[in-house]
Design a protein around this ligand. Structure first.
Ligand code: HEM
Length: 463
């Protein structure tokens, strides 16, 4: 590339879209890194549906308009790929697993994994999810005295449930031996992915920087656990007692002809994508229910009137309020707070012509707070989701289009099942000097420092 071409590439491309100036960005540098959610909310409020960031090279646009978002994620999805810093950073840990893959081969892996998330399979794994919820509830809350409430970090509880449910349902494996290591490694992984994604100075992969060294060691820890899980299944041992395991995700991957490295990539992807998100979403849901006692009582009453075990899939008809609570919690606290795409060719979005290489940043966190779609957007109002029919346009906690979350039904079912098991026997309240934990935007949006809620056991009714 000539010097002139290089200099040209360093200049921001002006396409006449409003946005913060380079000076604004320099001033906001610290807050962008420390609290990107507030920064994104702020620029959206100031600049509207299409916001341009002053970066070198092709434009970087924040899309706040649901029609433009649908265009990128759905209608024109073939022209918008995952070649972005966000997914490149994730791929340093997961390899080109389903979530991070920017390659056309993604579709083959999706087809391979899909049967593990089909309806029949999800009906069958309901029993494992209930077992995961009950095991964690008994271990963490079993010793609570019935009359007095005790402060419990429910985020720790939901992390254990999320991890255990993934292990049992997708790998027919009891992950409890690996739980501490996995929880530590995935939490380190999340931290590192965020560091890489937000790093201003790109470093060579092999440079012995602190982040690179930690990354390699975290990757090795995840590799060791993944290899053990694969080896145990190959040797025929350690399948859980919860039914046939051949058609679970691990069975499908092992029978697929994928290499061990590819299987490892998918396994690590599912552990990270599958438990972090559900755990965070559940922690926020429990917080909202602790703050809104009538909504919590209504869940409890609905669950008490439910006959038989709660289904992962067919709960919308039998537990409509509980499901609406989950939908509304995912609106207010969408764990996947940002997704990104890069255009493969020139296109038009929001009425603006954009060149190849344009970066599209889409934030469910921001979209879900549009007052024209969700009146009083900061209020917790599950009623919004009670009416039948598709969710409102602009609601995309699980993404949209062909790269829609493969674990969507599994995650929603899991959340409803956990609420039904936990709230049947426990009341959650907030402490006397309650203030909400800060929302920390990592790979998922987590409550900073955990979610301390007061948990009180409800004494069984005398019959
Ligand atoms: C509340 C829980 C969850 C949320 C909010 C969530 C959110 C998302 C979102 C927004 C995407 C799309 C990313 C993009 O378009 O760039 C996605 C993709 C994905 N999710 Fe989830 N997810 C959740 C649970 C799960 C679970 C339980 C699993 C698996 C066990 C999972 C596995 C995946 C995978 C593999 C992809 C990539 C799919 C593809 O590109 O084909 N997720 N998720």
């Amino acid at each position: 590339m000539s010097v002139a071409a290089r200099l040209q590439a360093m200049q921001p491309t002006d396409i006449g879209v409003p946005g913060p100036s380079s000076w604004d960005m320099a001033r906001a540098f610290r807050s962008v890194r420390a609290d990107p959610l507030t920064f994104l909310a702020d620029v959206s409020q100031r600049h509207g549906d299409l916001v341009s960031f002053p970066v070198p090279g092709p434009p970087a646009l924040l899309l706040n308009d649901p029609a433009a978002v649908r265009h990128v994620l759905q209608t024109a999805s073939r022209d918008w790929g995952k070649q972005t810093v966000q997914y490149a950073a994730l791929a340093r840990l997961t390899g080109p697993g389903l979530l991070a893959s920017a390659e056309p081969s993604w579709i083959e892996h999706r087809r391979l994994a899909a049967p593990a998330f089909h309806h029949e399979r999800l009906e069958a794994v309901g029993v494992q999810v209930r077992a995961a919820a009950d095991a964690a509830i008994t271990t963490r809350l079993g010793a609570l005295p019935s009359a007095y409430g005790e402060v419990v970090d429910v985020a720790d509880l939901t992390h254990r449930i999320g991890l255990d449910a993934v292990g049992r349902a997708l790998f027919s494996t009891d992950l409890s031996d690996h739980a501490r290591q996995l929880l530590d490694a995935t939490s380190d992984a999340a931290d590192l992915v965020v560091r890489l994604g937000r790093s201003v100075v790109p470093t060579a992969r092999l440079a012995p920087t602190r982040t690179n060294l930690r990354l390699r060691s975290t990757r090795r820890r995840l590799d060791v656990i993944a290899s053990r899980i694969i080896a145990e299944r190959r040797s025929g041992g350690r399948a859980s007692d919860a039914g046939a395991s051949g058609d679970d995700l691990l069975g499908l991957l092992l029978d697929s002809g994928l290499t061990d490295t590819e299987i490892r990539d998918e396994l690590v992807t599912m552990v990270i994508a599958g438990h972090e998100t559900v755990a965070a979403a559940l922690a926020w849901t429990l917080m909202l229910l602790a703050e809104h006692q009538p909504a919590q009582d209504r869940v409890r009453a609905e669950v008490a009137g439910h006959a038989g075990p709660v289904s992962l899939l067919r709960h919308r008809e039998t537990l409509p309020w509980t499901r609406a609570v989950v939908d509304e919690a995912l609106r207010l606290f969408p764990p996947a707070w940002v997704v990104s795409r890069r255009s493969r060719s020139a296109d038009v979005i929001g009425g603006r012509a954009v060149p190849a290489g344009t970066l599209a940043i889409i934030s469910p966190w921001i979209l879900h707070r549009r007052a024209d779609i969700f009146p009083e957007p900061e209020s917790f109002r599950p009623e919004r989701f009670l009416s039948p029919g598709p969710p409102p346009v602009g609601y995309l906690p699980f993404g949209q289009g062909p790269r829609l979350c493969i674990g969507r039904e599994f995650a929603l079912g899991q959340m409803v099942v956990v609420l039904s098991r936990l709230l049947a026997q426990h009341r959650l309240t907030v402490g006397p000097r309650w203030s909400r934990p800060e929302a920390l935007a990592q790979v998922a949006v987590h409550p900073a420092g955990g979610m301390p809620l007061v948990v009180t056991r409800i004494p069984p009714r005398a019959s």
